[in-house]
Structure formats: C-alpha cells, structure tokens
Design a protein around this ligand. Structure first.
Ligand code: MV4
Length: 502
C-alpha cells in the first residue's frame, strides 16, 4: 500500500474544486491543470500548483492526454483524478497513465471497455444475470431482420446507437410501417455522431423513472452499494434535481437493486466508485440501462445520507486500501439542485459573462459546491453549470423546505441563472408529492418558466416612490449646509422655521 503525496486533477470547475478540498483534508498536495481560457478559474487559485495544458478548446487542453501526462510528470504527481466528463471514461487514457507510471484514480481500462458500448454492456450484463430492457444485443444483418425482431418484441420500440449514451441517437418507433425509415435514419445519425452505424433496439418503456445505484469496489474483492439516487427530474438528458432516497423505492427494492448493481460491478472487475443506471417502469420493474464508470456530478446527495467522502474513498482505494465501510441504510434525506448559467425563459440558452455579485447560501444542512466567485467571468466554451446546491434534512419534506430556504438565499448578479426555475420545481405539486418520472420537467415546462407575479413588482415600485418622496421632504428640512458663521445647521429653531405650512 502506498500514500500519494501529490495528485493531479485533470478537470476544471466545481468538480476540480471538490477534489482539491478532499486532497487537502488527506494531506495530499493538489495540482491543477487549466486551459488558456481558465487562467483566472477558482480551481487554479485553490491548487498548490497549476499547469497550462493548452488553448481554450477542450480538445486541445482538457482532452490533451499528452499535455496532461507531461504536467503530471513535471509536477511529480503520483496519481491523476479525472473528475467527470473529459477523460474520465476514456480507456485509452487509463492505459496511457499506466504506461507513464501514474495511477489513474478510477476503474481499470478493461472495466470501462466492458461497459462502454451499449450492446457490449447488455451482453455482459445478461451473462451476469442482471435484468436488461428486453431487446437485441447483436447487430442485425438487415433492416428486414431488425423489423422482424421488433415485431417479436412488440411495438413501440426504441432504436439506440450501440456506441451512444446519454440519449444521443435514440428514436422511438410506434408502428411497423415507420420502422424501415426510422432504422435508416438512426443508422446515419449514429454514424454521424459516433463514427459507428451500429443500431440495436429495445422495447419502449413509457415514462420510466431513472434510478441509479452508487457502487464501490476495492482491489481486495470487496464490492458494496451505497443506495440509490432518484434522477428522473431531467430535461434533454440533463439532470436538474437529484435526491436520495428515491421517493418510489421500498427498502426491499433498494436492496434488490443494490445487489444487482454490485453483481454488475463484479462482472466487469470494477474498482473504485461507479454508478449503475436503471430504468424503472410503472409496475416497478427495473432494468439495467448503462454503467457510468466515474464519479458522478450528483455524488453529494449520497455523501449526505451515508456520511462518507466518496472522493476520499476513491483515493484510498487507488492507494490499495480496503473499503472501510459497508452498505448502510440512508440516514435522512438529501436533494441536489444544479445551478446553471442559462436562461430558462430563452429555451435554456447558456448565459455566460461576468458575475457582478455572488452570495451563496449556507447554514444548517446546506452545501454549495461551486466553481466560481464574484468578479469571475463564466466562459462560453465549457459546461454552464456554476454550482451544485445540496441539502440534508431528517425527512423529505424538511429537505424540500431547506432547499427552498437555501435557493431563496442564493443571489447571483450579472448573469442569468436557472435559480428561479429551481425554486419553481421545489414548489411544483408533482415534485412535492414525490411521484415524478422522466416526463415531469418537459411536461411542467410552461408552469416552471412562467413569469413572476407582476403585482408584487408593481407594489414594490409604488412603495419605493412613496419612500423616496417622503425622504426628500425630510432632507429638505435637515440637510441644509452649515452657515459660514459656524453655527450648527441643525438648530431646532431653524428646523422649526423650515417646516412646510399646512
Ligand atoms: C429508454 C427509454 C424508454 N425505453 N429506453 C434516455 C437516456 C438514455 N441513456 C436512455 N434513455 C431512455 N431510454 C427504452 N427502452 C426512455 C429514455 C429516456 C430517459 C431515460 C432516463 C432519464 C431521462 C429520460 C428522458 C427521456 C427518455
């Protein structure tokens, strides 16, 4: 077993800041990388050292494997934490780290490969006894063969790019007469997006829930789950709100899904933190969707209810330590809201720019994982997520109340954010009731983006005019300049003399 003295964080924004914090607590010196657009970024300011890895476009900086490995060598970092996105699920990068003698804090490349392609993952999971959505695994020789299969599965079906993920290259087909053209369109879309035209099909699940299980494995044969996260509040495959426990899960279902997730992780020789995603249908059947072989954006809600620092455990596992915890029932309830620099009123158009003023919420049970500061300019080039606000409370109702309170404290001036939209979600009866599926946010769109009640603003304006007028009247009496004689200007005799006549 070894102890890292220095860890390079191959990422930016809030997640780089998050990892830097745990490195400090573990006595590890954090090393940052940055692109030319990120010289003034918070993660650069917080790290012990920072290395420029290239020009603004990610492809030439945060995705530049050679530049990152050079920074690791130059700084003497023994390990690299990839965060999420960028190179975090890139098997080639894991192998390049290995070749360079740097520890990649994450699963082995083989585990990534086994889960990377969707059809491959489905085959591996079926073999391991993990339930997958009914459908195909191998590519079809022809569109006719695919149609015949679709008919045996039953319409509607979902066409998916084998190389896809996160909803790209997906297409629903309702009837046999639409199949051939949809199949060809899906193939060309897949080729365009992923350079691979392989398409497979699944039975279509109507308005499923997205529930994922956090898993953790060490190099000593231990693998456990850390409960679920309910992630059904999404729009265009972007999560907006996550919570744990899921309002729709029973303890019995949690333990069955957890066992299945651990089986999935074991089947591919997993190491470290991973997430197994499931679709849950109306009758609460659950099906493997994909495995994310990285730390997830929404990991703080799991940290809140388990009391564990997942980043610290990633580092410990990478150092060869044994898991120091077991599956445990969730303690209380946690909700996370993603704060984006975007305008919900303009179809969520990104709204980069300079943050003129910032006041982040705090107080009991509140955590703000931010990557920005007042005076910082949010760049156009990268993800517009500026922070993740998460809360903990003993119960779901109290967690919602706390999230409302925290969102109410949050002030960001200079750029447009989705804060008001997030407040509207916390007030929406469907969210409050806890029975929302993946169709919730798209369906509630107009209610969530409705303009604020104008009567409040009108009353405030009127009140400010009345106040300004009465203040002016008062000043007329009190703010006269001192007399050259040096006598005080505020003599009560003088004030009395200046009183307006009634
Ligand atoms: C599905 C589905 C219904 N039936 N597969 C979207 C993201 C991608 N990873 C999988 N997705 C879906 N796959 C079948 N067979 C519905 C979705 C889906 C969805 C899934 C999770 C979270 C949000 C979603 C929003 C729309 C559609």
């Amino acid at each position: 077993m070894r102890s890292f003295r220095k860890v390079l964080i191959a990422n930016r924004g809030e997640i780089a800041v998050r990892i830097i914090r745990t490195c400090r607590e573990l006595g590890i010196s954090p090393v940052a990388i940055y692109s030319e657009a990120d010289r003034a970024a918070l993660h650069v300011r917080m790290a012990d050292e920072a290395y420029c890895v290239g020009p603004p476009p990610s492809r030439e900086s945060y995705l530049s494997q050679q530049a990152i490995l050079n920074a690791a060598r130059e700084s003497g970092s023994e390990a690299i934490h990839p965060g999420y996105g960028f190179l975090s699920e890139n098997g080639a990068f894991v192998r390049a780290c290995e070749a360079a003698g740097v520890v990649f804090i994450g699963p082995p490349a083989a585990a990534m490969d086994a889960m990377g392609e969707k059809t491959r993952a489905r085959t591996n999971m079926e073999r391991a006894g993990v339930p997958v959505v009914p459908g195909s695994t191998a590519p079809f020789p022809s569109a006719e063969a695919a149609l015949a299969y679709a008919q045996s599965v039953g319409f509607p079906v979902m066409l998916k790019a084998a190389a896809g993920g996160g909803g790209k290259g997906m297409r629903r087909v309702d009837a046999p007469q639409d199949f051939a053209s949809a199949w060809r369109a899906a193939q060309s879309e897949a080729l365009n997006a992923f350079g691979n035209d392989a398409v497979y099909l699944e039975k279509y699940l109507d308005q499923p829930h997205h529930v994922e299980i956090q898993v953790f494995a060490d190099a000593h044969g231990n693998a456990v789950h850390l409960n679920e996260r309910e992630c059904s509040a999404q729009r265009r495959h972007q999560k907006v709100i996550e919570e744990t426990p899921s309002p729709i899960l029973t303890a019995e279902m949690r333990s069955r899904m957890g066992e299945v997730a651990v089986r999935a992780a074991r089947a591919v020789g997993y190491l470290g933190a991973g997430t197994v995603e499931f679709l849950v249908d109306r009758s609460r059947h659950f099906y493997f969707l994909e495995m994310n072989t990285r730390l997830q954006v929404e990991h703080p809600v799991t940290e809140w209810v388990t009391g564990l620092d997942l980043v610290a455990w990633q580092i410990r596992v990478a150092q060869g330590e044994k898991l120091g915890f077991d599956t445990r029932p969730p303690n209380g309830h946690s909700i996370e809201a993603r704060v984006y620099a975007e305008d919900p009123g303009q179809n969520f158009l990104p709204s980069p720019g300079r943050i003129a003023y910032l006041r982040a919420p705090s107080g009991p049970g509140v955590r703000d994982d931010s990557g920005v500061y007042a005076g910082y300019t949010v760049p156009t080039l990268y993800d517009p997520m500026i922070s993740k606000l998460s809360v903990w409370a003993p119960s779901r109702d109290e967690a919602i109340a706390r999230m409302r309170r925290a969102l109410g404290e949050y002030v960001v001036k200079g750029i447009t954010t989705n804060l008001r939209y997030l407040r509207a979600v916390m007030d929406h009866p469907e969210f409050v009731a806890g029975d929302y599926d993946t169709s919730f946010l798209p369906r509630a769109h107009s209610a969530l983006t409705a303009a604020a009640d104008g009567s409040v603003a009108a009353a405030a304006l009127l009140a400010s005019v009345v106040y300004a007028r009465s203040r002016d009247v008062r000043r007329r009496q009190t703010l006269a300049p001192a007399e050259p004689s040096g006598r005080p200007a505020l003599s009560p005799w003088r004030l009395q003399g200046r009183r307006p006549r009634r």
